[in-house]
Ligand binder design. Structure first.
Ligand SMILES: NC(=O)c1ccc[n+]([C@@H]2O[C@H](COP(=O)([O-])OP(=O)(O)OC[C@H]3O[C@@H](n4cnc5c(N)ncnc54)[C@H](O)[C@@H]3O)[C@@H](O)[C@H]2O)c1
Length: 254
């Protein structure tokens, strides 16, 4: 056993929603670990432009809405064209929306399910193909503690259901591809500081409930999630497949 197993030298990763938050932190950690990264998002950010300028040979960005019909083929093709292979997929892009179940509109429901479930399904389906040809690969789907519990105080039946679906997709894909060198795992973050949670963290009524229900008494940082993604994506996790790793400061312990 060696720490080398945690490195990603020579590997290529495709990360959706790589412009900020957990996706961007994952790109930074992956680069440090030696991987090449193809990042996708709907728009670019200063941070991402800086990262691309720093490592022009090892990072590329492709504009893509994960819900668009052509996105899976477009981003997998771009990865193969730029880096010649695809070893790791991080299905990270996601959205949240709150509301009473009985008032949640069809449009809100479609937006959540299209982005958080259908898109990761379609993107993984495309990314698996070069992995099958290589006889090796790792998929990390970003789920959530919301896939295990009802979020509070915000009401999020659709979001919670989409993340439970991601956990089940992970387990079932892992079963299907375990004997072909492809591992499939999920990460279930607790409350992490990002654009997604910013509004809630700034509201006392949300912030106090989220903090009080997290035994560590603090929010997670995107880098702490990125470290977990690195483990799951790396050979250090060579016997781990079908798992949903919970990184939540203890939220699910009670
Ligand atoms: N922040 C948390 O507390 C938390 C907790 C559990 C799970 N998560 C999950 O982590 C993942 C990353 O979220 P984050 O916290 O970094 O939030 P974030 O809002 O900063 O990042 C979400 C990313 O997804 C991208 N995205 C959203 N819709 C997209 C679309 N249609 N096409 C392309 N890109 C799209 C955004 O542009 C952004 O880059 C999400 O799947 C989220 O559900 C977050």
């Amino acid at each position: 056993m060696s720490l080398q197993h945690f490195r990603l030298d020579g590997k290529t990763a495709l990360i959706t929603g790589g412009s900020r938050g957990i996706g961007f932190a994952t790109a930074q950690v992956f680069l440090e670990a030696g991987a090449n990264c193809l990042l996708t998002s709907r728009s670019t950010t200063d941070n991402m432009q800086e990262l691309t300028a720093m490592h022009p040979d090892r990072v590329a960005w492709v504009q893509a809405d994960v819900t668009a019909k052509e996105t899976p083929t477009k981003i997998v093709k771009a990865t193969l064209e730029k880096f010649g292979k695809l070893d790791i997929l991080v299905n990270n892009a996601g959205v949240a929306d709150n509301g009473n179940f009985h008032e949640f509109s069809d449009g809100q429901l479609a937006n959540i399910m299209d982005t958080n479930f259908t898109a990761p399904f379609r993107i993984a389906r495309e990314a698996i193909k070069p992995m099958l040809d290589q006889g090796a690969g790792a998929v990390v789907n970003i789920g959530s503690i919301s896939g295990f519990v009802a979020n509070k105080p915000q009401l999020q039946v659709a979001y919670n259901s989409s993340k439970a679906a991601i956990h089940q997709m992970t387990k079932t894909m892992a079963f299907e591809y375990a004997d072909r060198g492809i591992r499939v795992n999920a990460l279930a973050p607790g409350y992490v500081v990002s654009a997604m949670t910013k509004g809630g963290i700034e509201r006392d009524d949300y912030n106090s409930v989220w903090t009080n229900n997290t035994p560590m008494g603090r929010f997670g940082q995107p880098e702490e999630m990125a470290n977990c993604v690195l483990f799951l994506a790396s050979n250090a996790a060579s016997y781990v497949t079908g798992a949903t790793l919970v990184a939540d400061g203890g939220y699910l312990t009670h």
